[in-house]
Design a protein around this ligand. Structure first.
Ligand code: NAD
Length: 250
């Protein structure tokens, strides 16, 4: 087991990629903190993990755009598990709309949930990792941080920001033995992409741009996250691992 007894916080993990990461990490023996905007949903996800993988879990409601709730998430985790080995910044949203129509409020919402949250969560968790003299931080970027996608200017900016801050944090935190990396998924089947993938034409277009010829599954990202969380990646930091079925190979 690659993550036996590691304490792992995953934001936005009641479903989708976050829950996929939680499942793959639980299979490797980790103790998982599920956090999301709805406490009941977090508790449900924890029950599934406990039943399927026989691991210890904690459910904490946390809106990652709210600094007090982020601080509470870290405090609750320390109270229950005494340490934090790995933080996965996964929570994110996407809202479609032309830059011409997007309001300041909409822009701020996406940037606050997708990017400012990385600042809040990192700030709150790093003091504990410094005390332990080790830690790993993994953030969910996107191929939309490397190339443009129509009508999601705020989303692209937030994901490009994650790729940039990952490199900066890697430099700043290396002296504390903290590795900071990101994962850039391609198109993964979740609630976020559900509407696009239901539309036959859009699905065909997306698949045509994916050389491996299929949509990704949350487990595809979960397995990459296990690698970046485990000792196997101890000499990797500041890196964004692209998991996209070949999309960016064009
Ligand atoms: N699905 C894809 O194709 C894809 C591709 C690239 C990157 N990503 C990234 O992966 C991450 C997970 O996305 P997903 O596809 O699983 O989407 P999803 O919508 O299924 O899951 C996102 C989760 O984040 C939670 N969330 C939303 N706002 C939050 C907030 N303020 N505080 C805490 N949690 C909040 C939601 O409740 C949900 O559980 C996101 O960062 C997304 O940008 C997804």
């Amino acid at each position: 087991m690659k993550l036996k007894n590691k304490i792992i916080i995953i934001t936005g993990s009641r479903r989708g990629i976050g829950f996929g990461i939680a499942q793959e990490m639980a299979k490797e023996g980790a103790k998982i903190v599920i956090s999301d905007i709805n406490q009941k949903e977090c508790e449900k996800a924890c029950k599934v993990l406990e039943k399927k993988y026989n691991v210890k879990t904690l459910a904490v409601k946390c809106d990652v755009s709210n600094k007090d709730e982020v601080d509470n998430l870290i405090q609750q985790t320390i109270k229950k598990f005494k340490k934090i080995d790995i933080l996965v910044n996964n929570a994110g949203i996407v809202k479609f709309g032309s830059v011409l129509d997007k309001t300041e409020k909409e822009w701020d919402l996406t940037l606050n949930i997708n990017l400012r949250s990385v600042f809040f969560c990192t700030k709150a968790v790093v003091p504990h990792m410094i005390k332990q003299k080790s830690g790993k931080i993994i953030s969910l970027a996107s191929i939309a941080g490397f190339v443009g996608f129509d009508n999601i200017s705020d989303y692209c900016a937030s994901k490009g920001g994650i790729i940039a801050i990952t490199k900066e944090l890697a430099l700043e935190l290396a002296k504390y033995n903290i590795n900071v990396n990101a994962i850039a998924p391609g198109i993964i089947e979740t609630k976020m992409t559900q509407a696009m993938l239901k539309d036959k034409k859009q699905r065909e277009n997306l698949l045509a741009q994916t050389p491996l010829g299929r949509v990704g599954k949350p487990a595809d990202i979960g397995k990459a996250a296990v690698f970046l969380a485990s000792d196997d990646s101890d000499f990797i930091t500041g890196h964004t691992l692209v998991v996209d079925g070949g999309w960016l190979a064009h």
